[in-house]
Design a protein around this ligand. Structure first.
Ligand code: CMC
Length: 393
């Protein structure tokens, strides 16, 4: 074991160099390809940010036009993939369906396994970006028993997704620009976050030359956990529980501090941000604006604000530098958009997709990439002799 340095949870171990996302946890800085997240959130739509993350530069008007056009060509999913949904139980968690169906894409597009062919890779990337919102909407439609919608290709990425989710074949779906703006913003702030758990998973799986769909499906599995992307679902469930408990935020702050209780404030704390999470700031401001514009009075938002205030003035949270993270307010916005709680982490997955793709591609294109294979410090039994079954005690 002499040569092995143990770093459980990879707190201090860099797994790669990367030119995609910069973050400074002490100063609360987050930049995609050098551009501050605040500027991108204020000026771009999600597809433009996806282009930036994947190709490294903001697109020219022509490049953006071609990119949007290519995405449009791939929005429909194979009819047999639609039929997959018939086999899932009605109450299946949408993340379970999403990860399975994304993995299934490599069965429908066997050319995706040629990971060394740049042309094929490009097609796989476009398929994935274009089809994921369609697949995500089917996860939701399945749960409510409504007919699946076909994409409408004169709409842009976020417009299309809202219609796929909330439209029905019975009537025209009216697109609300306020909702589109809010959705774009949420997707943008989730689009990348350097070597987080799911992105590291995507890179790790891809390092074995596994195909893009298989790698992303594994990343979706990692994102599902409540300590990662699943926190947005857990956070709203917690806020709702506090609301039903007469809004007693202090009680929950005390519970989170109690080391004999494994309750944590969901949406609080971050491995890297030790000052504030810039994404939480952007979402909170958007939340305020959106609820006012949509004339929604969501008691959960009030609870969230009260809880934030109570925690931020509490010694336990101050000492440990625990601040609201991206998942603290995102659920309030998703609720305002009419997105049901079990779909929250699916929304995170749609947002994180360009980041996963960009990292997978960076990993593939890096000449020094090797199969990821961490070591361990063995703590099991020392050598011992086999005992036949009738002599074992
Ligand atoms: N509530 C109460 N105490 C907490 C919390 C919390 N939310 N988060 C951390 N702590 C305490 C923890 O108990 C520990 O205390 P002590 O030093 O006394 O043992 C200290 O703060 C350090 O925590 P840690 O668990 O060692 O920190 P970590 O970097 O391993 O974990 C985290 C980071 C995000 C998993 C953790 O803060 C957490 O569980 N938060 C709640 C879940 C959550 O909101 N996750 C979303 C993260 S942001 C989006 C994403 O990545 O998907």
């Amino acid at each position: 074991t002499g040569l092995i340095t143990l770093d459980e949870g990879f707190v201090n171990t860099g797994s790669t160099t990367s030119a995609i996302t910069f973050l400074d946890g002490e100063k609360g800085i987050l930049r995609y390809r050098g551009y501050p997240i605040e500027q991108l959130a204020a000026n771009c739509d999600f597809a433009e940010v996806a282009y930036l993350l994947i190709y490294g530069e903001l697109p020219t008007a022509d490049q953006m036009h071609t990119f949007r056009d290519t995405l449009r060509q791939h929005t429909i999913v194979h009819e047999d993939i639609r039929r997959f949904f018939e086999g899932f139980p009605r109450d299946a968690h949408p993340m379970a369906m999403l990860s399975s169906v994304i993995a299934t894409l490599s069965a429908f597009y066997p050319d995706s396994t040629s990971v060394k062919d740049p042309q094929q890779l490009h097609v796989s990337m476009m398929r994935l970006l274009a089809k994921t919102p369609t697949i995500a909407s089917y996860c939701y439609k399945k749960s409510i028993g409504q007919p699946f919608m076909y994409p409408k290709n004169d709409l842009d990425y976020s417009q299309n997704f809202l219609r796929l989710m909330f439209g029905t074949p019975a009537e025209e779906y009216e697109i609300d620009p306020v909702e589109v703006e809010a959705l774009n913003l949420l997707l943008i702030v989730h689009a990348d976050h350097e070597q987080n758990c799911s992105t590291s998973t995507v890179r790790m799986v891809g390092s074995s030359d596994a195909n893009l769909f298989a790698s992303i499906s594994a990343g979706i599995g990692a994102l599902w956990g409540p300590l990662h992307g699943g926190a947005n679902e857990a956070c709203v469930a917690m806020l709702d529980r506090i609301r039903r408990d007469n809004g007693n935020v202090e009680k929950y702050v005390d519970m989170a501090k109690d080391k004999d209780n494994n309750f944590r404030l969901m949406g609080f704390g971050h491995r890297v941000y030790k000052n504030f999470d810039p994404r939480a700031k952007i979402i909170k401001a958007a939340c305020d604006k959106l609820l006012a514009k949509m004339k929604i009075n969501d008691p959960i938002f009030e609870i969230a604000q009260k809880l934030e205030e109570a925690a931020l003035t509490d010694e336990y949270f101050v000492e440990r530098k625990l601040y609201p993270n991206v998942d603290f307010y995102s659920g309030v916005v998703y609720r305002a958009l009419g997105i049901p709680v079990p779909m929250f982490t699916v929304m995170f997955a749609i947002g994180r997709l360009p980041g996963w793709i960009a990292h997978w591609l960076e990993m593939r294109n890096c000449p020094t990439t090797r199969i990821n294979r961490p070591r361990q410090v063995y703590t099991g039994a020392t050598e011992r002799d086999f005992v036949p079954i009738d002599q074992r005690k």
